[in-house]
Ligand binder design. Structure first.
Ligand SMILES: [Zn+2]
Ligand SMILES: [Zn+2]
Ligand SMILES: [Zn+2]
Ligand SMILES: [Zn+2]
Length: 149
């Protein structure tokens, strides 16, 4: 199961009469004048970092993304999990978390990646061909009036 969330980060002043809170990143008490609040927890400004590029999320603007146990900046989140695109076979959007097949610039649902003439599913290592943006198996490609690409 995938846990995926966009969270806002807020900078909150530490109230002097409040007893210091533990940082969710390093578990040490937060004694700074400001701390970050995100994911229902509190963080040192230095401790809330992107798991990928280490940038400080408190400084980057005000959004972070979580996925499974990762905390990511927007850029890395989109790079890793961003919406993949539209399936070139069925024209429906492919959600970011789905496995996709890629051929040239096209992406496909795994289920849609089959010869569009005979329905043959490809296995790893099988050859497939693209003609007029249609996926074809070798038989259909060679059987058709195939101009080579
Ligand atoms: Zn900390
Ligand atoms: Zn990052
Ligand atoms: Zn599709
Ligand atoms: Zn075929």
């Amino acid at each position: 199961m995938v846990l995926e969330k966009e969270e806002s980060v807020s900078l909150v002043p530490l109230q002097s009469r409040e007893k210091p809170r533990g940082c969710a990143g390093c578990n040490r008490r937060i004694r700074d004048r400001f701390m970050l609040q995100a994911l229902d927890r509190f963080w040192h400004e230095d401790c809330l970092k992107c798991a990928c590029c280490d940038c400080r999320l408190g400084r980057m603007g005000s959004t972070l993304y979580t996925r499974a146990n990762l905390i990511l900046c927007r850029r890395d989140y989109l790079r890793l999990f961003g919406v993949t695109g539209t399936c070139a076979a069925c024209s429906k959007v492919i959600p970011a978390f789905e496995m996709v097949m890629r051929a040239r610039d096209n992406v496909y649902h795994v289920d849609c990646f089959a010869c569009q003439r005979c329905g043959l599913r490809f296995c790893v290592g099988d050859r497939f061909f693209l003609k007029n943006n249609m996926i074809l198996c070798q038989t259909d490609y060679e059987g058709g009036s195939g101009e080579r690409q």
